[in-house]
Design a protein around this ligand. Structure first.
Ligand code: 6LW
Length: 495
């Protein structure tokens, strides 16, 4: 049996929520300032996941106001199947607040949103009792009965639990009817190194809730485990009766304090039951555990030739993707990006990329900048990014790290398209307490295919521990002036 490595969905895919219908599992994640929003995945074995769409992929569903900051936007969905339909509730923090969309096919299209102005908190959950009453439970932990068809709240919200006394940030609630009890699963301790999963149970969906004596039922804090910050989970039962938890975790690298650069990723672990409480396994590094059904891995397309009219679901853009700034039909077989703002620092930057999903990898693109200035970038947020740009017969590497902006290297290139490359490799220098997580080399590919790095930069500055926030690195293409054309983009994990 093949041994696969957790995370089951690598790269910036936090706050996973899961449901099963028959033999099919569906999972969705947060997406923050990127459009389209809320990536949706499908699996038949909980281990191999394929992205089948994004729940919020029309501007009318996802209004990210122009001032939506990095790590603002779309937080923490809950995905459920009820009454023949899939329901997804999520918060658009600077935009419409809490909203709910439905579909009969999770690959889309999803409905226009129903807004829930009476639900004023993040991390909304949906659960229905046997009478069909719908409960919306959210961070705090608060609960309110709602009409999910209209979004109306039917009562004043009530606090139903506040988690473990002294623990910060009781959030990410999910409520389930399992056997004789209603179980209220939460995250607490904050989404950083103290993160944990706790649970309580009660006789009704509103409690009163009795905390599990073994809380937290999962945490990796204070351990040497390579997966840290574990929390924000959602439970699912397999057709064979076994139980599983999807959750977020991070993979810190380097010396102290440990830098994670891929954001919070989706992991899977096994759950057993003892005396009416779930007992959660430490997150395994290798999957599957013996006895799990397996499906062959879906082929992962690493190269996009931009031959289709629509971009695949893995591509995400900053805040919006107006057709006039992103098209594959203007020059067929090329992605043409037109500048909106003049810098990657701005909230209006034209940037379309994909999540960095491997700790060592490379991204390449063939870029024609005859009509503008643009290229390839590694973006953590608007204040933390490295870029290699092409314009007017030159390529240049630039870096923005907090308040510092600098051009690191410049080289002239012959007229015509160039192949730009970014390689994420091992940290430079001897390993000690201050070693960074990785290095980011930015450069050009010579006509014979060899790589010339113009600069190799310390990766720690594009980490969450430096930049803050909730996201991870995205590797992508950008335009700062005019229109820049991309013939293809290729992403490959490094051996
Ligand atoms: C999310 C909260 C959290 O709303 O981080 O890890 C916030 N948990 O539950 C953003 O993802």
């Amino acid at each position: 049996m093949t041994s696969l490595t957790n995370p089951v969905i690598p790269g910036f895919h936090p706050d996973p929520t899961i449901c099963r219908v028959g033999d099919d599992y569906y999972l969705a994640c947060s997406s923050f300032e990127y459009f389209p929003g809320v990536p949706v995945f499908h699996s038949r074995d909980l281990v191999h996941w394929t992205q089948i769409g994004n729940a919020l992929d029309r501007p009318g569903q996802l209004r990210l106001p122009p001032g939506t900051p990095s790590s603002g936007g779309v937080y923490a969905p809950t995905l459920r199947h009820h009454d023949g339909r899939f329901w997804l509730i999520v918060t658009n923090v600077q935009g419409d607040g809490n909203l709910l969309v439905t579909t009969t096919d999770p690959a889309g299209p999803w409905s226009d949103p129903v807004l829930l102005p009476g639900v004023r908190g993040i991390d909304p959950d949906l659960a229905w009792d046997a009478d069909g009453t719908c409960f919306c439970t959210y961070a705090g932990v608060w609960q309110v009965r709602i009409d999910p068809h209209t979004g109306r709240t039917l009562e004043t919200p009530r606090r139903i639990w506040s988690g473990t006394p002294g623990a910060q940030a009781p959030e990410a609630p999910h409520l389930y009817r399992i056997g004789d009890y209603w179980y209220l699963l939460i995250a607490e301790g904050g989404t950083e190194r103290g993160h944990a999963v706790s649970i309580a149970r009660g006789p009704t969906p509103s409690g009163p809730f009795e905390p599990c004596p073994a809380n937290p039922i999962l945490t990796h804090r204070g351990t040497h485990h390579p997966v840290q910050n574990t929390g924000h989970g959602d439970l699912v039962q397999a057709p064979d009766g076994s139980w599983h938890l999807v959750l977020l975790g991070v993979r810190p690298q380097g010396g102290t304090p440990g830098w994670h650069v891929l954001g919070r990723e989706t992991f899977l672990t096994r759950v057993r039951w003892a005396e009416g409480w779930p007992v959660v396994d430490e997150v395994p590094l290798d999957l599957p555990a013996p006895g799990w059904p397996l499906q062959p891995p879906a082929p992962v397309a690493t190269r996009d030739d931009f031959d289709l009219a629509e971009l695949g679901p893995q591509w995400i853009s900053l805040r919006c993707r107006p057709p006039e700034s992103s098209t594959t039909t203007h020059r067929p077989g090329w992605l043409s990006l037109s500048a909106r703002g003049p810098s990657l620092d701005g909230l209006d930057a034209t940037f379309t990329g994909r999540r960095q999903q491997h700790v060592r990898c490379r991204a390449r693109a063939r870029v024609d900048a005859a009509d503008g200035h643009g290229g390839l970038a590694v973006r953590l947020d608007d204040r933390h990014h490295y870029a290699i740009g092409h314009a007017a017969g030159q390529v240049s590497v630039s870096a923005r790290i907090g308040p510092l902006r600098t051009v690191v290297a410049v080289r002239s290139v012959p007229p015509g398209p160039v192949v730009l490359r970014i390689e994420v490799g091992d940290a430079d220098g001897p390993a000690d307490a201050r070693t960074g997580p990785d290095s980011v080399a930015l450069g050009v590919e010579e006509p014979d295919g060899t790589f010339t790095a113009l600069a190799t930069l310390d990766g720690r500055y594009l980490s969450t521990e430096v930049a803050g926030g909730f996201t991870g690195r995205v590797l992508g293409m950008y335009a700062l002036t005019g229109t820049v054309h991309f013939d293809w983009f290729d992403y490959e994990p490094a051996a």
